[in-house]
Ligand binder design. Structure first.
Ligand code: PMP
Length: 342
């Protein structure tokens, strides 16, 4: 099996380093969140609350869903793994778009589930082809909205029509890791779509907009049978004490965090427009990254960015995903992109 490749930092000859390879927030943690962690450090001789009651209730209250519909994991990738464990049986199939989040094929392989990859069309999900790919062995479909790594998103009418076509015994997972960055009002909120659809659930994370990538907290919102299956498949105590406290503190400081998201969204517009002005084709993005289809030039492009101290996420032979960072980091990236075209 190929290992999961995480984004790595690079350093320019003059010592600059901008990590735009993992879609993290470029901001330092909020003082109130750091304080909550420092305070919680006094109890780390004890196991965490296995049911993470306070965090579960905070999420439920924040999003107006019953606590029974919320299930946690050590990052949303772990929640996805718990879903794979739940449906994993010989012959089971999972459908997802490709290219999409790299963990889907890895988790499918680990669970012994057969991957059915449906190629993107114009860098976006081909929902017709995905619906047509359903067989009597299909157990689960991942829809990554906005899609990692292309940033493209699915509109309300298209997604609703798709959900109406999927058989009710197939679980549809709306992976909304980048939901907080969506500004197009026509991109539906999965938390509205799941309510009347027992076979639809939503994955969210504290790793991106909430800035807790290093602590590993993600969650699912879904109907009781789905949420309880995820709760049963979690490794006991997987969401640690500090992660639980930091996630609660982040929800309490949400207004401040979402202001930062607004700044990233403004930078996203600036970066995309600057790239287009340089002559690049850049798919519209509702996430905190942009996608450049570079084909055979992908690794050369990543190397050119590294000269400026910019780490991007290359997918050899396909393209590169570049996270939106601080204005300074984005400028360094734009310079590398301009030099590469010249
Ligand atoms: N889903 C998508 C689409 C992602 O891009 C990521 C992170 N790269 C995840 C899930 C997992 O994030 P985490 O495990 O940090 O919550």
């Amino acid at each position: 099996m190929p290992p999961y490749k995480a984004g790595k930092a690079v350093v320019s000859a003059d010592g600059r380093s901008y990590k735009l390879s993992s879609n993290e927030t470029p901001y330092d943690p909020l003082p109130s969140v750091v304080e909550a962690i420092a305070e919680g450090a006094r109890q780390i001789n004890r196991y965490p609350d296995p049911a993470a009651v306070r965090l579960t209730e905070s999420i439920a209250a924040r999003f107006g869903v019953p606590p029974e519909h919320v299930a946690l994991g050590a990052g949303s990738v772990t929640v996805a793994q718990q879903l794979f464990e739940t449906i994993g049986e010989p012959g089971a199939e999972v459908i997802y778009a490709w290219r999409s989040f790299e963990a889907y094929p890895l988790l499918a392989d680990l669970a012994g589930v057969t991957s059915v990859r449906v190629p993107l069309v114009e860098e976006n999900h081909d929902l017709d082809a995905m619906a047509a790919a359903v067989t009597d062995r299909t157990r689960m479909i991942f829809v990554c909205n906005p899609n990692n790594p292309t940033g493209t998103s699915i509109r309300r009418a298209a997604l609703e029509a798709f959900l109406d076509r999927v058989p009710s015994d197939v679980l549809v997972v709306l992976d909304e890791a980048y939901r907080e960055y969506v500004r197009d009002a026509d991109v539906p909120d999965g938390l509205e779509l799941y309510r009347d659809r027992p076979n639809v659930c939503v994955l969210r994370t504290f790793s991106k907009a909430y800035g807790l990538a290093g602590l590993r907290v993600g969650y699912l919102v879904g109907h009781e049978p789905v949420a309880s299956a995820v709760r049963k498949t979690i490794i006991p105590f997987a969401v640690n004490h500090l992660a639980q406290l930091a996630a609660v503190a982040s929800l309490e400081a949400e207004a401040e965090l979402l202001e930062r998201v607004d700044t990233v969204v403004k930078e996203r517009t600036r970066v995309r427009e600057a790239l287009i002005a340089q002559g690049w084709t850049v798919p519209p993005t509702e996430a905190n990254f942009v996608w450049l289809r570079l084909g055979e030039r992908t690794l050369d492009f990543a190397a050119a960015c590294a000269v400026e101290g910019v780490a991007v996420r290359p997918f050899a032979g396909e393209g590169a995903r570049i996270s939106i960072g601080t204005p300074e980091a984005n400028d360094a990236f734009l310079k590398a992109a301009a030099d590469f075209r010249a």
